[in-house]
Write a new protein. Sequence first.
Length: 107
Amino acid sequence: MSVQTEIEQRLTAELSPEHLQVINESHMHSVPANSETHFKVVLACAEFAGKRKVARHQRVYAILAEQLAGPVHALALHTYSPEEWSEREQGAPGSPDCLGGSRAEVS
């Protein structure tokens, strides 16, 4: 099973999200082709209503502890209550460009 599928299944089982997108952004980074190391998660669920961003992220990290200890190097989280998601007109921020890790130029 792919890492992306594992992430989707775990988050769906634990949070019953109203909206879930798991996007493999590994291709945007300095990793081998077909890697599953960098992900963006856009998640809206009722459990997040009234919770601060830190608590939401901690909940997701706990659910994905196994993936974060292994194959996942980076996880961008965009977490919302259903109301917040609706107010955003169902859009999440884009991801920044990768600077190339150790190959980034230093000014």
